[in-house]
Design a protein around this ligand. Structure first.
Ligand code: NAD
Length: 351
């Protein structure tokens, strides 16, 4: 009889959150090791990118894919898209050179799911990888020659989200003269800095990549600080646009900003950090709401129309204002209100 000695940490994983399907994929020939997580398909087939990373353990990869996949369900629901939430991870060096066999094998696994999940580019993968996988399956999104690079749309949504937060918290319609700290000036961060600069905001930026810093300093007159100094800047807005979990026990006590609004995924190390931000009087724009611009653009992939996509991304402004007002009225965190709104949309779709 099964002794119960072995603990399988999938169904009882802390981030399992009622996932519909979790698929572990292994291909001996190419060495592919991947996990596909389909969180919820009430609103339509699950859509979410494929992350390739040097995970230190299977557990780390599973935790990442489950958290990201759940985030996609909520993100797609609140963005008003007819898409469910899913995500995939490949356990491998993102700089690996021999990618063709790997992404072909990945494409075959995605194909075997019969359209329940569509994959796309994410951290560590490129459009070229997705195009290889696409040769094995139609269930790939963000294809070359279609919706293309999502970053400018994510940046537009994040910029409008910052404006909504400034309107709600500071009562201002313009960012002119406001100080904004941007952590990470990569694909999205660069375009975001451009919007902020055009509206007259003063930029304080950091990154670990010197060339990216030089570019925003030259193009937008941004002041550069060391990575560990970004949190304590005397600014109005802190915009996390690099990694996840930067809102944690070590960083929160340093914050002087009145608003946290940026594009990074999974910004809160734990839910309680959202509660702490509220107690500190800092307005937090829930990450999956403010950073939905890219996936909104991908959702327009069939018969791509940039104007329609832009109009949908612009809705992020009002969605956030609604979340902020409701959070105030109910004395709850913005994250809790956003989760509840998303869940209501997902449940209604089931009926
Ligand atoms: P990117 O890799 O182009 O940019 C990230 C930047 O952060 C890089 O320039 C990197 O050097 C920098 N960085 C890494 N570690 C850092 C550190 N410790 N301190 C300071 N800077 C650091 O990625 P991206 O596409 O711009 O995405 C940025 C974030 O937004 C990620 O969290 C991503 O998951 C999220 N996001 C991106 C999109 C999109 O459309 N690209 C959509 C939704 C969410």
């Amino acid at each position: 009889m099964y002794s119960g000695e072995i603990h399988v940490a999938v169904f009882n994983h802390v981030s399992f959150d009622e996932h519909e399907q979790v698929v572990f994929c292994h291909d001996k020939e190419s060495g592919l090791k991947a996990i596909v997580a389909i969180h919820n398909t009430n609103l339509g087939p699950a859509v979410g990118g494929c992350r390739m990373w040097n995970y230190q353990s299977d557990d780390e990869a599973l935790t990442d894919v489950l958290r990201l996949s759940r985030g996609m369900t909520y993100k797609n629901a609140l963005a008003g898209l007819t898409m469910g939430g899913g995500k995939s991870v490949i356990i491998a060096d993102p700089k690996r050179q021999d990618r063709e066999a790997l992404f072909r094998a990945f494409g075959r696994f995605i194909n075997s799911l019969g359209g329940r999940y569509y994959s796309a580019e994410d951290v560590g993968t490129t459009t070229a990888d997705i195009m290889i996988a696409h040769e094995e399956t139609p269930y790939m999104a963000g294809l070359e020659g279609k919706s293309g690079d999502p970053s400018p749309f994510t940046a537009l949504g994040t910029y409008l989200g910052i404006k909504a937060a400034v309107k709600h918290r500071l009562g201002l319609d313009s960012l002119k003269g406001l100080k904004i700290a941007v952590q990470g000036v990569g694909h999205v961060g660069y375009y975001l800095c451009k919007h902020l600069h055009n509206e007259g905001a003063e930029l304080i930026v950091t990154d670990i990549h010197q060339a990216s810093l030089d570019r925003v300093a030259t193009d937008f007159g941004a002041i550069v600080v060391a990575p560990q100094e970004i949190y304590a800047q005397d600014v109005d807005v802190y915009a996390p646009c690099a990694l996840g979990a930067t809102l944690n026990d070590a960083t929160l006590p340093q914050l002087k900003a009145k608003i946290v609004a940026g594009c990074a995924n999974n910004q809160l190390a734990e839910v309680r950090h959202g509660e702490q931000l509220k107690e500190m009087g800092i307005l937090y724009a829930p990450d999956y709401v403010i950073n939905a611009g890219g996936i909104i653009n991908v959702s327009f992939e069939k018969d791509y129309d940039a104007a329609k996509s832009t109009a949908k991304v612009e809705e992020i402004y009002n969605t956030l204002l609604k979340i902020f007002s409701q959070a105030d009225a109910q004395n709850r965190t913005t994250g809790a209100v956003a989760d509840e709104m998303a869940k209501a949309i997902i449940e209604a779709a089931k009926k």
